[in-house]
Design a protein around this ligand. Sequence first.
Ligand code: ZN
Ligand code: ZN
Length: 346
Amino acid sequence: MQSPVTVRSMKAAQMTAVGAPLEFTDVAVPAPRHGEVLVKMEVCGLCHTDLHFWKGDHPLPRELPVTLGHEGIGKVIEIGAGVTRVAEGDTVGLGFVYGTCGCCRECLTGYETHCESIQSTGAHVDGCLAEYAVLGEDWTTPIPDELNIAEAAPLLCAGVAAYSAVRKAHLEPGELAVIFGAGGLGTYALQIAKSYGARVCVVDVSDEKLALARELGADHAIDATDDPVSKIMDLGGADAAFNFAPVSASWRQMIDCARARARLVLISLPNDALCFEAGEVIERGLRIMGSADGTRQELRQLMELARSGQVRSVVETVPFAEVNTAFDRLARAKVQGRLVIDMRGV
Ligand SMILES: [Zn+2]
Ligand SMILES: [Zn+2]
């Protein structure tokens, strides 16, 4: 097929050293191989995982320079040989999972994000903070026409991580879901828990975040420093609790507010060890589980929830040229909602 990309170089915002500003570099436009599509990027959400790579908290799996970004949405402008399900002109999403082996036990049983051979966008391969990116057609997420792409972008990682966590708790209508941490993932989780018919209680230290949680439908919003456990027990105790706060203090509160047979889901990564007495878990029959990322099927379900208006994103768009300012603000936690880099018009 004749390539519509006549100029085969593009601007990419590349990480060249830990903590250093990303550099706008001219690099070759990637050519889609068999089964892959080339996407002209339009928007890309910034995720804390990008920040952890940039700060050196998490080592990157390959040598620098690396183009970060794994919450990208754009239009397919070229398809590789053998592509049949995605067409030129389609709007698709590129999330954190770039690909997996497809044939291990995890891949075969619907747990592809636990595949030992998982490859990540913006880590193992160059990501979406560039004018173009490639992805296997099987790993693209269809983006419904009705969605605003800047609002849909964070669903590709933050949103689906929250969705997968809530799904694992098997919430029943009327149950009390308690969400610790009302940042990006927490605000998605609260809306998703509402879609299951649960009553939702959000716990955070920030008044602004608690106000936003109320606006997004939280039934109860509790200050984390003002004895949240007794307030949650007054509501009957948590049937399920989700930890999006990266501090171990909320872990203690999560155990203490749990009702018998509560499901406790851990998502964020505190720096220190989490402790509990075996009896606390055994006697109440608690179930404790971890959750990371989300599958392609979960992404499709989440896009449908967003399309039907049950999940909305609070985003602020930042021009591509100001990507370093955006990283800086994310590092200093000076963000309400999610930052989305806008590459339209680049
Ligand atoms: Zn992410
Ligand atoms: Zn696998």
